[in-house]
Design a protein around this ligand. Structure first.
Ligand SMILES: Cc1cc2nc3c(=O)[nH]c(=O)nc-3n(C[C@H](O)[C@H](O)[C@H](O)COP(=O)(O)OP(=O)(O)OC[C@H]3O[C@@H](n4cnc5c(N)ncnc54)[C@H](O)[C@@H]3O)c2cc1C
Length: 273
């Protein structure tokens, strides 16, 4: 069984080719969002599928990418998530939300998962799993879907729905005009820095709340930072991160005059994500 674990801080663009097995050029159009009947808003334990882990790899010091089998006929939209559980005694009834970071066209599923080691939770257990082990994937859900050109504001592991959406836009030549402002504590915490730099170029702003490093903004995303990089407020603003991040960003955007219907947000409801 293939096992591929590396301790680099981020994935270089060329690494993509190692794991991304796209079987078709036919893309699932982002505008499938219009097909409302397909979208489950809330987590669901329906449609459990035991799938084998094919590969794991560190993408930062505490975030791992998991490549797992994709159940036959399984479909999801970029930005959607699922409940995962571990089919082992004591863990099989612990369900946690994780976002698909692969494309619906890939033959495998990818998850990008940050572990919390301070207690024995599901993410700590997931990080202990190895190729050949199994996890249970359930029905896709979630409504943080692409609704048009905009600014993506992410805090920490809240980047995961945007990984899927931005990759999809890049593959389908629709990324131009979108911007990502991504907040982390330190350089070592930035998920997929290399890939984002390659896909987004000048449309990527990385800010660090603890580190002060050249080439990065310093401090939390605030009104001044948004004004510096975003001239047009009449576009979509996608927000994902811990509760406090989502509420903070919403409040800043509203005060700046962004229309409520242009704010698309999802909270990861987790401290310090
Ligand atoms: C829609 C959605 C999509 C998501 N997608 C992703 C994703 O793609 N990738 C990702 O990494 N995360 C994602 N998350 C967050 C992920 O679901 C959580 O990280 C996960 O549920 C944590 O599970 P856990 O069992 O390890 O921690 P839990 O037991 O659920 O604990 C959660 C928090 O409480 C703290 N905590 C709880 N108990 C203790 C204790 N005894 N001592 C110390 N601290 C404690 C933990 O540090 C942690 O901050 C998503 C969340 C949502 C809502």
């Amino acid at each position: 069984m293939l096992r591929f674990i590396r301790n680099n801080n981020y994935c270089k663009p060329t690494d993509l080719q190692v794991w991304s097995i796209s079987i078709s050029n036919k893309m699932v159009g982002i505008n499938m969002v219009d097909n409302k009947s397909k979208i489950r808003k809330n987590p669901s334990k329906e449609n459990p599928n035991r799938v084998e882990i094919l590969m794991t790899e560190f993408v930062t010091h505490d975030v791992k990418r998991f490549i797992v089998e994709k159940p036959k006929g399984f479909e999801f939209l970029p930005g959607q998530a699922t409940l995962l559980s571990i089919p082992k005694p004591k863990w099989e009834n612990e369900f946690r939300e994780f976002t698909f970071t692969s494309s619906n066209d890939d033959r495998v599923l990818e998850f990008t998962i940050k572990r919390y080691t301070e207690h024995n939770g599901v993410t700590k257990q997931l990080h202990l799993l190895e190729p050949g082990d199994e996890i249970v994937v359930h029905a896709p859900f979630g409504t943080i879907l692409y609704k048009g050109r905009g600014v993506f504001l992410a805090g920490g592991a809240g980047i995961t729905p945007f990984i899927a959406i931005l990759r999809h836009l890049y593959k389908t030549n629709q990324l131009k005009g979108n911007k990502l402002i991504f907040s982390n504590k330190a350089v070592k915490d930035i998920i997929l820095e290399g890939e984002f730099r390659q896909m987004l170029g000048d449309d990527l702003v990385l800010t660090l709340t603890e580190d002060d490093a050249e080439g990065y903004e310093h401090g939390m995303i605030n009104k001044e930072m948004i004004q510096k990089y975003v001239k047009d407020l009449d576009q979509k603003f996608y927000i994902c991160g811990p509760d406090s991040f989502v509420l903070g960003m919403k409040s800043i955007l509203e005060k700046m005059g962004v229309r409520e219907e242009n704010i698309v947000g999802e909270s990861f409801v987790i401290a310090g994500a």
